[in-house]
Write a protein that binds this ligand. Structure first.
Ligand code: SF4
Ligand code: SF4
Length: 102
């Protein structure tokens, strides 16, 4: 099974804005965020409020959605990213392509 397969980021998922820690500053969160804490820029419908804005952390633009980190749904992604965070903290943040609100 080719789990390192790039997949389209699921609009309205946002698991990678909650499950992993982020060590770099985020506007309004100068120390980044701990694992399991929702980024303050994640909208109620789970889209990035900083999409294409200069303050968006570089890590959020860096890597594509992958089957082995995002799974098939939000629950999968929360489980997979939480396990990776626990195993490798600080996590290799695998997926930061959260789609824009449209
Ligand atoms: S990159 Fe993955 S975990 Fe993040 S929002 Fe997209 S599908 Fe969800
Ligand atoms: S993609 Fe947006 S909402 Fe998600 S962690 Fe980064 S800044 Fe926060």
């Amino acid at each position: 099974m080719h789990t390192h397969t790039a997949i389209p980021c699921r609009k309205g998922c946002g698991a990678c804005c909650i499950a992993p820690s982020i060590s770099s500053p985020i506007p309004g969160m100068p120390n980044g965020k701990p694992a399991g804490v929702r980024c303050i820029h994640l909208s109620p419908d789970h889209c990035c409020g900083l999409w294409q804005q200069p303050g968006r952390p570089a890590v959020c633009n860096s890597l594509p959605a992958m089957l082995d980190t995002c799974g098939n749904n939000f629950g999968d992604a929360m489980d997979l990213l939480t396990k990776m965070e626990t195993a490798t903290a600080p996590i290799f943040i695998a997926a930061r392509t959260v789609v824009a609100r449209k």
